[in-house]
Design a binder for this molecule. Structure first.
Ligand code: SAH
Ligand code: DHB
Ligand code: MG
Length: 226
């Protein structure tokens, strides 16, 4: 079996045994596909990881940058308590429309808001709105803006908040110091930024699976020890 086929087979096994049939997420993917959205949502095991991280952290107010059809938003919103909230930012009105319908079908519309616009502008507007602070952020939009998103998320976060960044490995291309790929440069700029900052407890974990070879960066902002 090729490496990629084996990653797929193991993901299928984990998906079946550990995640199980999930009519809500399957319907969200079907609706996203029917609307012509790109199939780049987090995988089922990755989505469950996001849910578990938010639950383990006790996240109440979650921010997401990059909604697409709302797959990861559903996973994150499921972790919320009844008085929790998820705000997810999306550039494309057509994606936001699909995501809103998917979140409504999931019964999560009351706790979630999909906001259309360039994420940098939405984040700047949020600073004056009194919605912050957030205690968990998932960054998964245009990778060239990763550092700007991380900095803005930091400013909108409470001490001790968690920030997760998707797609920090890109098939290993992140290690290519000569890369001219805007996404790779965006990830490398974030790594440089975090190295310079030095005040954020971080790691990144390489992953393989149905989405190929990629990875997540996890960060906890300085804050209370507990
Ligand atoms: N988090 C989603 C996948 C997001 S894909 C999931 O796992 O289910 C990335 C999304 O970011 C796309 O929908 C894209 O339209 C959006 N995006 C890209 N650039 C953006 C920007 N500048 N502002 C807001 N959204 C952006
Ligand atoms: C792409 C973007 C993503 O957020 C992802 O998880 C996978 C692929 C992309 O733009 O190719
Ligand atoms: Mg992604």
């Amino acid at each position: 079996m090729s490496a990629a086929a084996s990653w797929d087979a193991v993901d299928a096994l984990f998906d079946e045994r550990l995640i199980g049939r999930d009519a809500v997420l399957e319907a969200a993917l079907a609706a996203s596909d029917a609307a012509g959205l790109r199939a780049i949502s987090v995988s089922p095991p990755q989505g469950r990881l996001l849910e578990l991280l938010a639950r383990i952290h006790g996240a109440r107010h979650v921010l997401e940058i990059g909604t697409l059809g709302g797959y990861s938003a559903i996973c994150l919103a499921r972790a919320l308590p009844a008085d929790g909230s998820l705000l997810t930012l999306e550039r494309e009105p057509s994606c936001a429309e699909v995501a809103r319908a998917n979140l409504a079908r999931a019964g999560l519309a009351v706790r979630t808001e999909v906001r259309v616009g360039l994420a940098l502008e939405s984040l700047d507007a949020l600073a004056g709105e009194g919605r912050a602070p957030f205690d968990f952020t998932f960054i998964d939009a245009d990778k060239a803006n990763n550092t700007a998103y991380f900095e803005r998320a930091t400013r909108l976060s409470r001490p001790g908040a968690v920030i997760v960044v998707d797609n920090v490995v890109r098939g290993g291309r992140v290690a290519d110091a000569d890369s001219r790929d805007a996404s790779v440069l965006g990830v490398r700029a974030l790594l440089d930024h975090l190295a310079r900052r030095g005040d954020v407890r971080c790691t990144a974990i390489q992953t393989v699976g149905s989405k190929g070879y990629d990875g997540f960066l996890l960060a906890r902002l300085a804050g209370p020890a507990a």
